[in-house]
Design a protein around this ligand. Sequence first.
Ligand SMILES: Cc1ncc(COP(=O)(O)O)c(C=O)c1O
Length: 399
Amino acid sequence: MRAFKVSKRAKSIEYAIRDIIGFAKNLEKQGRKILYLNIGDPVKYDFDTPKHIKQALFDAVNSGANWYAASEGERDLKESICEKEKKVNGVDITPENVIVTAGVSEGIHLLMAAMIEKGDEVLIPGPTYPPYMSYVQFFEGTPVAYRTIETENWQPDIDDIRAKISKSTRAIVIINPNNPSGALYDEKTVKQILDIAGEHNLLVLSDEIYDRIVYEKKFVSTSHIAKDLPVVGLNGFSKAYLMTGWRLGYLYFHDTAGRLNELKECIEKETRIRLSACTPVQKAGAVALRGPQDHIKSMVDELRKRRDFSWKRLNEISGISCTKPEGAFYVFPKIEQVGSRWKNDMEFVLDVLNNTGVLFVPGSGFGEKYGSGHVRAVFCAPLGIMQKAFDMLEGFMKK
Ligand SMILES: Cc1ncc(COP(=O)(O)O)c(C=O)c1O
């Protein structure tokens, strides 16, 4: 019997961060121990969702908040999001300008579905968080990678952004702090990108999911300095509130002149056909934003130690070099012998996995042009595990 036909668009989906896991699972089945340094989920390691947030979820379920929520999000949560954005990031928005999503991931999906027509181009940082490329492609647009400069701690190349604008460009994506590079963009850089967007009438999409995970310098929200330029902000609860598995995020429209009204209405229509984000989780989300925030400082303090360790340790290994991440929880080291000893970064990652059991993500999965020749490592794991992983990596490199 012939297999049922599937769409080309679905067939072409790739997601390096998760696609790579199959190889590790196969080795695990053969009894090998795997050290997973591939997934950006602190809750998979030794960080846990704060107790008061767990209690709020329990209370919400127990008190009967188990119905479908409003499609665009529960009012109280949207109000708490506005309070947080004002207090933490200095962004003025009203609940009418917020849409609650099942994670930033759903926000990216809804946004691209509402924005992209065949042939539209979106400028995306290179390297990037992969779903930005995937969703633009899924809706028949073209992701265009703009260079971020490794020797300048992966800061955006403003001239490259300018050079890559075409008649088809619709938007510029900023991911700050960045996954996978760990870069934190300063106010001047963000302002330069906003100026280009203003000159060319482009929308800025600003993913700020790591806004509270920064180590030395202060984070500046794009919307805080955008003045009258429209910005769609994307943020969520997965990282700072350790709620990865609960799937909660939001989009907001910083839009002083009402230029995004139609986009917002279209996204609201899209939210209706998927009914709503999870109701009790939304109740817990409001408690997370308004309740004690102490866990963020302790998490960042612990992550800083792990960042310092992995950055130093990786740079000690011959053939590997990396910049110091200033935000998020990723390092993006360069593997010098990719192209000679290994054909590409995928071959390197598989060779390391087979020989040591340590799992990284190939850099090309974050964009072929600017990610190749690198790997992404997550530094959420306890120091002992990372020490073991990097010792094994060093032994392997010396072979
Ligand atoms: C830059 C960036 N945006 C969005 C996401 C996904 O977030 P969520 O869990 O809210 O879907 C991630 C997850 O790693 C990320 O790194």
